[in-house]
Design a protein around this ligand. Structure first.
Ligand code: SF4
Length: 385
């Protein structure tokens, strides 16, 4: 919050402003006379949209699609396999809670733990470092998440870690995947809502080259209901007016340059590298891998990770029906998956999208996806935050 600002004046959930923005959104979208498809690439945006019932208030002609914005969901199967293989080889794996349930080719880290492997849930990289300090056994931090989380991993390494601590990096970098989605054959996406927290690090300027290349507008948005509504109004207006621009609708946190200190730490430790995102594709520069100077803490270089014992088994049959990849690419929604809410539920997830609190399937399972208000008397454009 800016110095001197009074939180009571910010009124992020002011019903009157929400109603005004809802009406503005309906007017802008309906003026197009056709369906407008926009994509956000952030699980926190989907959570806010679902939790506050915003999607039910969107005009019928506005399609807001969730793209590959859940860091847990896009952690690729072989990356999970690497963690599982290390755990089965006797190394302690420390990782975030959501990662424990994410299926690998045949096993999750939770399955490995049930077999007797040491898998510890941590809330931060700092906690993983503390875990290593408390033992002489090798501890590998299975590091997942986008650039926002990768900065914390980088800072921990720069701050010094014990010799028995390593990192298995599955960190991802968001900007390159927008290129992939924009270039997907048949993509209907006409504009992107960019995640405000990631842009706090990278700055909004990082999207300028993308906009120039693809002639698609990008609006940086915060996470309060009014932030999202205001950003959507702006994005629809940019599409309507054929203005491919970057607009920062989260100026209380995001600047054009971003957090230079964080960027410096991030790229001192990590380098962007091509690699697969689960269900999406090979994303050039979409993975963050440890630089050569950090080889001594890179689990991939310190350990002989043998995946063959895992890959000799066939994946569970149900996995074949998981359409997580299509959901993250924005060409399907969870209700189009025949396992949704039946064989696949949060307690027994079949695919990665049902595991994390930022996964589309889990969010839709919790909040109902697109509530049908057709039988209620709530007119479109009405929002009740
Ligand atoms: Fe995959 Fe489950 Fe989502 Fe279906 S409901 S796409 S099986 S995660």
């Amino acid at each position: 919050m800016p110095e001197g600002a009074d939180s009571r004046q910010l009124k992020f959930r002011d019903p009157a402003r929400a109603r005004d923005l809802g009406r503005a959104l309906t007017a802008a979208a309906e003026a197009m006379g056709r369906t407008v498809s926009l994509m956000h690439v952030c699980g926190s945006h989907e959570q806010a949209i679902a939790r506050y019932g915003l999607r039910a208030s969107f005009p019928r002609s506005l399609d807001v699609i969730m793209g590959p914005g859940c860091p847990v969901c896009i952690t690729d199967t072989p990356e999970v396999d690497e963690g599982v293989a290390l755990a089965r080889q006797g190394v302690t794996i420390a990782t975030y809670g959501d990662m424990v349930k994410v299926p690998g080719t045949v096993l999750s880290l939770g399955d490995a733990q049930a077999e007797g492997a040491k898998v510890e849930v941590v809330y931060s990289v700092t906690q993983a470092v503390e875990l290593a300090r408390a033992t002489r056994e090798p501890v590998v931090f299975f590091a997942t998440g986008f650039e926002t989380t990768a900065v914390a991993t980088a800072a921990a390494l720069l701050g010094g870690v014990p010799d028995n601590f390593s990192v298995l990096s599955a960190h991802k970098y968001i900007p390159p995947v927008m290129e992939i989605v924009a270039e997907m054959p048949g993509s209907k996406v006409e504009g992107f809502l960019a995640a405000g927290h990631a842009a706090t690090i990278t700055g909004w300027g990082v999207f300028e080259a993308f906009v120039e290349r693809h002639k698609l507008p990008v609006v940086v948005a915060g996470f309060e209901p009014l932030d999202i509504l205001a950003a959507l109004v702006k994005l629809v207006e940019l599409v309507r007016d054929r203005k491919p621009e970057v607009v920062n609708m989260f100026p209380r946190c995001v600047t054009r340059e971003g957090n230079r200190n964080a960027q410096e730490q991030l790229f001192k430790v990590f380098r962007p590298a091509g690699g697969r995102w689960r269900g999406i594709a090979h994303v050039p520069n979409g993975n963050l891998r440890l630089r050569d100077e950090w080889a001594h803490v890179d689990a991939r270089r310190r350990f002989d990770i043998d995946l063959r014992p895992l890959w000799k088994f066939a994946p569970p049959a149900l996995v074949q029906d998981c359409i997580c990849g299509d959901i993250m690419a924005g060409i399907a929604n969870p209700k189009q998956c025949k396992l949704f809410g039946k064989e696949c539920v949060p307690d027994t997830p079949v695919g990665a999208c049902m595991v994390s609190s930022e996964g589309t399937c889990k969010i839709w399972h919790l909040y109902g996806g697109v509530p049908d208000l057709s039988s209620s008397d709530a007119p479109q454009g009405e929002v009740r935050p």
